[in-house]
Design a protein around this ligand. Structure first.
Ligand SMILES: [Zn+2]
Ligand SMILES: [Zn+2]
Length: 674
């Protein structure tokens, strides 16, 4: 008789998992002994310099990137522990180096970062399109380009274009340009072009919910898991995430409308695509090279309408519409479409409409997801039911470039439902739902004892019913984190689900879950945001908004404070002056800030003329110290008639950066018990 073996070891794929994966391979014609699909061919062709096994370190010697960790892709055949389609994607991403996109004109560095760095030849130098995630990887990318092209690319960067407000496209900026060289090209400086709304959206996406997102990213990226055939095998958009330094430089030029610009003498048409893959995003068309940059609106995989790290929901309808608009605007004039992740797609002899087909299939996929979700919702299905019911037509599902390596049909369908109808399924039992812990305890109470539930879960596991086994054992773990057997069985079930996942981020999440069940959360401090450059560049309005999210409502519930804040900055453009530290300085912005029973209400460009309002004059960076609980340390740089009030405000602020990582796979807050 088959008996389940309880321990904390990583396991091989079971016979059930092997069967599921090999059935998929059969259905989609995947050769398990040798990668030979069209995407793999595109990923590996036109390489002019290899970066095989590349390792990148910080100045202090910490590893930022190490492709050797993925050397299992040197094997021709797929492992049983990797979904065959995801294996094709990972193996394609493993191809690293400098690639020619358009002969003598456009080059791309791939396989050094989650995203690509692309350079486009201008009339006198190079235009850099997107700058990767970290300073170290971007710097290395420019070095490789210089070596491959036998020219000093770095000294000849004439402009930078950043396609959208996601960190893997702007974080490497200081590896490409020095901040003091950024500015007006007429003064010999380097301009940075971004889509309208870029700065604001960066902050909204990464700072306001940054702490929760960072912890959830552990799951999306499988941060504790490590790369191996039983671990992380692909990031879905690139092979992995670099661990270097993220930077930010305030852009010089914002593209506010669709327009044509000459940048370093090159004619570039800009198409804004707001509210698609990112809230601020744009495509560009390079007429001289018949080349369409599609940003991340198409990216060689099905993307996320909702990334599982957490983010605001994306609009699949707008997404489809803007790709359709790109087809009308550019497809007939393009021989190649290239982007910030994965590899370009071309018109070829065999497929003269290759570019159009690529765009059309992407647009159709997002449109289908949108329309079918609403079709099913209007028939009365809930989000969870739609995720199971929605089926992608064979013709759309069969394209490798829209397979779910990053996004997934199931999550995307739930995202469309939630965008239109919200998270509530209309069943009144969900009006005031039990918490995860309450529900788990109730479940054990009604269906228990724990041993009996575990016995059934074990049987399900042995039948290959991993979702069922994971579901009930996770409830056991939540109800009783000390139940070692439940943890081990749940971990093993997650692991098999990971091996069966075509989506890299599902795989990573299951594996991270298994890791934490076996080893615990471990030592790790929460971090609200890693990009300090970005943090300190927040406008005063967003800084105040951010500080509002740091207030402990329980502590501040009976507090009222009134401040007239005058932010001064000698580099600001305003004409209004005030006296600060005995000198006349420029006023950047004024706010009336009212802490009203826990809520921080800010009034932009407004001051309250009342006796109990405290006036505070200071640069915004100094005020920011309040968020770090260090206002006392800058007391002598603050002009105010009542410093005590700032201390009172600081007293209700919590610095989350000093807190330990919170649990996800188990709950620990006993105050939430039933
Ligand atoms: Zn993006
Ligand atoms: Zn990206």
């Amino acid at each position: 008789m088959c008996v389940f073996c309880y321990n904390n070891l990583q396991k091989e794929a079971t016979e059930y998992t092997k069967k599921i994966n090999s059935n998929f391979a059969k259905k989609f014609g995947i050769n398990l002994e040798h990668a030979d699909c069209s995407e793999y061919e595109l990923a590996t062709s036109n390489q002019i310099k290899s970066a095989k096994g590349i390792k990148i370190e910080t100045e202090a010697g910490n590893t930022v990137w190490d492709l050797n960790q993925f050397s299992f892709y040197e094997n021709d055949a797929v492992s049983d522990t990797i979904h065959p389609s995801l294996w094709l994607n990972g193996k394609s991403c493993y191809s690293a180096g400098v690639f020619e996109v358009v002969k003598d004109a456009i080059y791309q560095v791939r396989g050094l970062d989650l995203s690509n760095l692309t350079i486009i030849k201008g009339k006198t130098g190079w235009i850099v399109q997107d700058v990767m995630t970290t300073v170290e990887t971007a710097r290395k990318a420019l070095d490789l380009l210089s070596e491959a092209l036998h020219t000093d690319v770095r000294s000849n960067v004439k402009a930078v274009i950043i396609s959208h407000s996601h960190w893997d496209h702007f974080g490497g900026i200081k590896g490409v340009v020095d901040e003091e060289n950024v500015g007006n090209p007429e003064e010999g400086k380097i301009p940075i072009y971004v889509p309208a709304g870029f700065d604001e959206e960066c902050i909204k996406e990464y700072i306001f919910a940054g702490t929760a997102m960072d912890r959830r990213n552990d799951y999306q990226f499988g941060r504790k898991v490590g790369s191996s055939e039983k671990g992380v095998v692909s990031g879905g958009l690139g092979i992995d995430h670099p661990k270097g330094t993220a930077s930010f430089i305030t852009p010089t030029n914002r593209i506010e409308k669709n327009q044509t610009l000459f940048i370093d003498g090159l004619e570039i048409e800009f198409q804004l695509t707001p509210g698609t893959e990112a809230p601020a995003e744009m495509n560009n068309y390079f007429k001289d090279y018949r080349a369409l940059w599609i940003a991340e609106n198409c990216c060689g995989t099905l993307h996320n309408l909702y990334p599982i790290r957490g983010a605001q929901l994306r609009d699949s309808s707008a997404w489809a519409n803007y790709i359709q608009e790109a087809i009308i605007l550019f497809a007939d004039r393009s021989d190649v479409v290239f982007q910030s992740h994965h590899w370009p797609h071309y018109n070829t002899k065999e497929e003269p409409d290759g570019v159009k087909k690529y765009l059309l299939n992407n647009a159709a996929f997002y449109r289908y997801l949108h329309d079918q979700t609403l079709y099913l919702a209007n028939k009365g299905l809930t989000a969870k039911e739609i995720a199971k019911e929605i089926k992608i037509p064979e013709k759309l599902a069969a394209n490798w470039f829209t397979r779910p390596y990053y996004g997934s049909v199931e999550i995307n369908a739930r995202a469309v439902y939630t965008k239109y109808l919200g998270f509530y399924n209309a069943n009144p039992v969900e009006l005031d739902p039990l918490t995860e812990l309450q529900e788990a305890k109730l479940f054990v109470d009604y269906a228990g004892p724990e041993e009996k539930i575990l016995e059934k879960a074990e049987k399900d596991f042995l039948r290959g019913e991993y979702k069922k086994a994971a579901n009930v054992t996770n409830k056991l773990v939540i109800a009783n984190p000390e139940n070692k057997k439940a943890r081990q069985l749940c971990a093993d079930a997650f692991e098999q689900l990971a091996y069966q996942s075509e989506s890299s981020i599902w795989r990573n999440a299951y594996l991270q879950g298994a890791y934490e069940l076996r080893n615990g959360v471990g030592e790790r401090k929460l971090s609200r945001v890693k990009n300090k450059d970005m943090m300190y560049r927040m406008s005063p309005k967003y800084m105040l908004g951010y500080i509002g999210t740091l207030i402990d409502g329980k502590k501040a519930g009976d507090k009222e404070l009134k401040l007239n804040l005058i932010f001064v900055n000698d580099n600001a453009e305003g004409t209004e002056k005030t006296v600060y530290q005995g000198k006349e300085v420029t006023v950047e912005q004024k706010f009336y800030v009212h802490l009203y029973y826990g809520a921080l209400l800010s009034y932009e460009n407004y001051q309250k003329d009342e006796e109990d309002v405290v006036t505070v004059i200071l640069p915004k960076e100094i005020f920011f110290k309040i968020a770090e609980k260090q206002i006392e340390s800058v007391k002598d740089k603050i002009d105010t008639n009542d410093f005590k009030k700032l201390l009172e405000l600081e007293a209700v602020i919590e610095d989350l950066n000093t807190k330990d990582s919170f649990p996800i796979i188990e709950r620990s807050d006993s105050s939430l018990t039933l």
